[in-house]
Ligand binder design. Sequence first.
Ligand SMILES: Cc1ncc(COP(=O)(O)O)c(C=O)c1O
Length: 385
Amino acid sequence: MKKIGDSTRSVHVSAEPDKYTGSVQMPIYQTSTYVQEDFAIHKGYEYARTHNPTRALVEAAIAELESPDVPAYGTAFASGMAAITTITQMLESGSHIIAASDLYGGTARLFDQILSKFGIETTYSNLNEGELEKCATEKTKMLWLESPTNPLLEIHDIEKLSNIAHKNGWIVVVDNTFASPILQRPLEHGADIVVHSTTKYIAGHSDLIGGCVITRNREIDEQLKFLQNALGAVPSPMDCFLTLRSIRTLAIRVERHCDNAEKLVKKLSQHPKITRLLYPGLKTHNGHDIAKKQMQRYGGMISIEVIGGEQGARKFASASKLFATAESLGGVESLINHPWSMTHAAIPKKRRESIGITPGLVRLSVGIEDFEDLWDDIVNALECI
Ligand SMILES: Cc1ncc(COP(=O)(O)O)c(C=O)c1O
C-alpha cells in the first residue's frame, strides 16, 4: 500500500467516528466509572483510571505517529514527568541508569533526588564513543537520553547507542519531546521506549499538561499499563480530547515551527550580540550529520548565548514583545526560557556550568507567527542588550 504523508496521518489517527452516534470527533467520556450488567460483566470498561475511550484514542494515535509501519502501543499520562516516573518504576531497587548529561532538569531531579532514595542510582555521561562502557556496572538496566537535548540541542546517535545498549541488555529510553514524531521516530532507530511531554509540540497550544509513552514491545507495554493503573497518574478526558484536536494539526504546525527556526538561524549566525548559536540544522553543529540521518528536519528550538551573561539575557528577554518569558515550549506562540534560572535551576550549579548551561544562555521556542514579525522582534531585543 502507498505510504501516507505525515499531515494525512495526523488528521486521521486522531479521529474515530463514535460508534453510537457517528459523531466525527471522539467524545469526551467524562465519567469515573461504567455500569456493569452483572458482577464483573461489562463492556471492557470498569473504572476510568484503568480505561477511558478518549484516552485510548490518544494512546493509539501517538503510537501510530511514532511507529506507522510496525504495531506499537501507547500509554498516556497526566504529565511528561508522570510518564517518565512511571517508566522508571519498571526498575527494581538496586538498578542503575546511565543518562545523558544534558537532560531536562525535572528528569535529572527525579533521578537524583527521588529514585536515589529507592536505591536506583544514575550516572551521567556525554555518551561519546567509549564513555558508555566506562559508566556501566553489572546493575545497569537502562540508558536514558534526549535528542535533541534540552536546552543545548545536542544530538545523540540513537541507532548506535541502541546497538551498544542492546548488546549489554539495557532498555533504551528516548525522550522525543523536542523533535515530535513528525521529525524523528526513535523506535525506527532501535530505541525500546519513546516518551513525550505531550504538553509541548503534540498538544501544541500551551493549554494542557500531558505525557505519553510508546513502545513496540508487548511485554514492556503490559508493564506500563499495569503501572499506569497502579500508580494512577492518568490524564483527564478533557485533556485527552484537546490532545486529539491538536494532533490533527501537528504535522502542519511542526513544518511552520521548522520554517521559522531555520530562517531565524540563518540570519542570526553572524549577529555580534550572540556568542553561541545552537541549532542542529547548522552545518557547523557537532551533531549535524547524525541529525541529518535520524531527523526529517531540525525543529523549532534554538538556543543562543548572548553577550553580558545573565544581565544580557534579562535585557534581551524583557525587550522582546513577541517571545514571552515562560517555561515550556512547542506551543504556537514563541517563548523565551532562561535555563540557568528557570527549567534547569534544579541541576547543581557546578554540573550546569560543566555542561555549558551558562547564565547568558537563552532557549527560544520559535512559534508559528509570521517570520518577518519574529525577526523584527529579535533584532530589536538584541539591540537592547
Ligand atoms: C524534554 C522534556 N521532557 C519532559 C518534560 C516534562 O514534561 P511535563 O512538564 O509535561 O511534565 C519536559 C518539560 O519541560 C521536557 O522539556
